[in-house]
Design a protein around this ligand. Structure first.
Ligand code: FES
Length: 116
């Protein structure tokens, strides 16, 4: 059973689980600021669930590639859309600042909740 490390927590999930669902079900703050309310609910269109992922996950689909190629995201960044990502093995997740999570400052990491 894969382990997702995010916001200082370790969460077990099924292989193939949707990363956005795993994080939100556990109360992880996936969306920054008002994107908690204003987001596409996992359709892959808003881009606000962007995170950095280390570990084994599904490859990008066309929807994710398209959204991440549009500003404020950039193909040069190694972000993934949690809502379009299936967890295939142990993963470590980092959330960055900015409404879309497009920034360069971590809000939280795999080990740190970001509260301190
Ligand atoms: S929740 Fe909108 S792109 Fe993931």
């Amino acid at each position: 059973m894969p382990i997702v490390q995010a916001q200082g927590r370790a969460i077990a999930c099924e292989t193939g689980a949707n990363l956005r669902h795993v994080l939100l079900q556990q109360g992880i703050e996936l969306h920054n600021q008002h994107s908690t309310i204003i987001n596409c609910r996992g359709l892959g269109t808003c881009g606000t669930c962007a995170v950095e992922i280390e570990g084994e996950v599904s490859p990008q689909n066309w929807r994710e590639q398209t959204r991440l190629a549009l500003p404020p995201h950039s193909a040069a960044q190694s972000r993934r859309l949690a809502c379009q990502t299936q967890v295939l093995g142990n993963v470590r997740v980092t959330k960055y600042n900015g409404f879309w999570g497009q920034g360069s400052q971590p809000v939280w990491t795999a080990e740190k909740s970001g509260d301190s």
